[in-house]
Design a protein around this ligand. Sequence first.
Ligand code: CA
Length: 228
Amino acid sequence: MQPHVLVVEDEDALAELLQYNLKKEGFRVSMAADGEEAMMLVEERQPDVVLLDWMLPKVSGIEVCRRLRGRQETRNLPIIMLTARGEEADRIRGLDTGADDYIVKPFLMKELFARVRAVLRRIRPGLAEDRVVVGDISIDRVAHRVMRSDAEVHLGPTEFRLLDYLMQHPGRVFSREQLLDAVWGSDVYVEARTVDVHVGRLRKALNKAGEGDPIRTVRSAGYALNAD
Ligand code: CA
């Protein structure tokens, strides 16, 4: 699963450069040009990490950071602040407000990638690791292999991505739209009902041996993978 980065940057040239390079490096990328749009996209697209410029129109980067930390759903969302050279006091304030790291402009893409990976590894090990285990289910991203208890589970590519995503956020409820966005991508048009079809297939494959159903349907809200 490609980690999803939300870039919040109002300088067009830098925003484009970041988008281009992050995509090339294998990240999914969403873009916001001000703080308000950033808040909206965090809710809508549920990025894995936010690159947040300090000086932004409407709502400042620091205020976005403060708001994200104040909300239950985004309390642990990794945030890397982008600051201009010499704004030492800002950096310290940034970390005070709850940013996980900061990087000083201008920076090398290589350095940025390393910081993003480091933050993801620290905060969301499930994203960076090759093998993730939730309850009696394990997924090996390198071998593309899923096991439940000791039996191998055979999944199609979409079901694999769906399970992979759910396993990164055990216990959390996702709407059909959020799953569509994360698993199919926001550029693809797929009906919400398609999600139900693939969740159905995933369930069937996982529960073949008659174990309990690890996927919870939350009526009118969506789906979640049980954490235990
Ligand atoms: Ca700026």
